[in-house]
Design a binder for this molecule. Structure first.
Ligand code: HEC
Ligand code: HEC
Length: 115
């Protein structure tokens, strides 16, 4: 009886493991700066967290580049271009990833002129 309960708990813990180990976070929508984005003719950013988890380690980004809390980073394009956040060395300011001037690769709703 006791052994059985232990096996069940162990199995449940195992099942939960991948979700914890992988972060299990899907797409994150960035639209805090929507007014400024509208002015510049671009829409919100859909950040594929899951995809970034596959090509980087958690601590490549957290906590050095991004605090791991929704909305706590105050990202702007100026800071991106200054080599912070998405534009950090080895990221979208390096040959490892598409460059920052490809607005439409991050922003939705980019007008033809800005693509
Ligand atoms: C390429 C960089 C990058 C990598 C790699 C990365 N994250 Fe994140 N993570 C982010 C960004 C950006 C956010 C959003 C922060 C914000 O909202 O300002 C975030 C958010 C989070 C959050 C907050 C979610 C919420 O709803 O508050 C957690 C927790 C987190 N990440 C954990 C992880 C774990 C665990 C891994 C590794 C499996 C990981 N991250 C890998 C960039 C990354
Ligand atoms: C690598 C991804 C990425 C690329 C490429 C990118 N952006 Fe952004 N951009 C972001 C993120 C992330 C934010 C922060 C959004 C938020 O927190 O609301 C942002 C915010 C903005 C904002 C609002 C904040 C501010 O700084 O005024 C504007 C405007 C903007 N981007 C314009 C552009 C334009 C124009 C381009 C192309 C020249 C571009 N972005 C390319 C990721 C990107």
């Amino acid at each position: 009886m006791r052994a059985k309960a232990r096996i069940i708990i162990f199995t449940m813990a195992l099942a939960a493991l991948p979700a914890i180990a992988s972060g299990g976070i899907g797409d994150i929508k960035f639209d805090d700066k929507i007014a400024s984005m509208k002015k510049a003719g671009v829409g919100p950013v859909i950040f594929p967290h899951g995809k970034h988890e596959k090509t980087n380690k958690c601590n490549d980004c957290h906590p050095k580049i991004f605090k791991d809390k929704r909305g706590e980073n105050n990202i702007s394009m100026k800071l991106n271009m200054d080599g912070k956040f998405c534009g950090s060395p080895n990221c979208h300011n390096s040959p490892k990833a598409f460059p920052l001037f490809q607005c439409a690769s991050c922003h939705t709703g980019v007008s033809a002129a800005k693509k």
